[in-house]
Design a protein around this ligand. Structure first.
Ligand code: NAD
Length: 245
């Protein structure tokens, strides 16, 4: 399918990786739904896309709310007639030392990062099946779904580990409908969420620098192409060789 006929819904597209991916897909000709809690940031992403000649629309969405996520998916079908790609990208950190944890904050991290992905898979898969679309669902995990740390983000690690398994299970169940489900596990990306000192984080990557959100956007774009259809159910490391060295 030509990129120009595609419609993508991106959660968390008011900033960082989501915004970079929205701009990438729009440049390639896709129509983009920017679904984010942050209205000002979401509208700014839409403006940036429109100024560059692309097509995009914003819908206020809290991914921790199942009705909101369904609305975002329905909105795509209403205004652009389709949903070919769902990028479940929105996420929060929730950093605090374990002994000082507020369980309500832990709940919120799980609700946004884990349920947000689950609701996105559910809403997109149902709509794709109803419309007979053999689409792609991309879930944003993290290297921190694979590696533990003592950085006070136990909820974040847990939610990102869940992403791997949700991606695999959903891919198995949705394969009969021709719907592909892929996860990504970025290393440290230069966005507002990465609060760790840049010099410490940079040294864990092979190129000794933080990853730029545009590099993640390019990789997501590649993963969504039909030529990548051998990649299904896996969470792909987009981490520039992230390691302790
Ligand atoms: P970011 O803070 O720049 O963007 C996150 C976006 O999610 C923001 O626009 C925010 O408004 C939105 N958001 C937060 N809660 C929401 C909610 N409940 N409903 C809807 N939108 C909500 O950070 P980012 O780095 O671009 O993060 C995007 C994703 O990438 C997250 O899932 C994050 O965990 C993941 N990730 C980031 C890194 C990194 O180093 N930056 C590494 C691995 C994975």
């Amino acid at each position: 399918m030509n990129e120009k006929e595609k419609v993508i819904v991106i959660t968390g597209a008011a900033s960082g990786i989501g915004r970079a991916t929205a701009r990438k897909f729009a440049r390639e000709g896709a129509k983009v739904i920017v679904a984010d809690l942050n209205e000002a940031g979401g509208m700014e992403t839409v403006d940036l896309i429109k100024k560059a000649g692309g097509e995009a629309a914003y819908i206020k969405t809290d991914v921790a709310n199942v009705q909101d996520v369904e609305k975002a998916v329905n909105f795509a079908a209403e205004i652009y007639g389709s949903i070919d790609i769902m990028f479940n990208n929105a996420g929060i950190g929730g950093r605090a030392p374990l002994l000082e944890h507020d369980p309500e904050k832990y709940d919120r991290v799980i609700k946004v990062n884990q349920y947000g992905v689950y609701y996105g898979i559910l809403a997109a898969a149902r709509k794709m099946k109803d419309l007979g679309i053999q689409g792609v669902i991309v879930n944003n995990g993290s290297t921190f779904g694979f590696l533990a740390s003592s950085g006070g983000i136990i909820g974040y690690h847990t939610s990102k580990a869940a992403e791997k398994m949700m991606t695999q299970c959903a891919a198995l169940e949705l394969a009969p409908y021709g719907i592909r489900v892929v996860g990504i596990a970025p290393g440290y990306v230069d966005t507002p969420i990465s609060k760790r000192p840049k010099d410490r984080a940079s040294g864990k990557h092979m190129r000794n620098e933080l990853i730029q959100p545009e590099a993640i956007a390019d990789a997501v774009f590649l993963l969504c192409q039909d030529t990548a259809n051998v990649i299904n159910g896996s969470t792909v490391m987009l981490d520039d060789g992230y390691a302790e060295f």
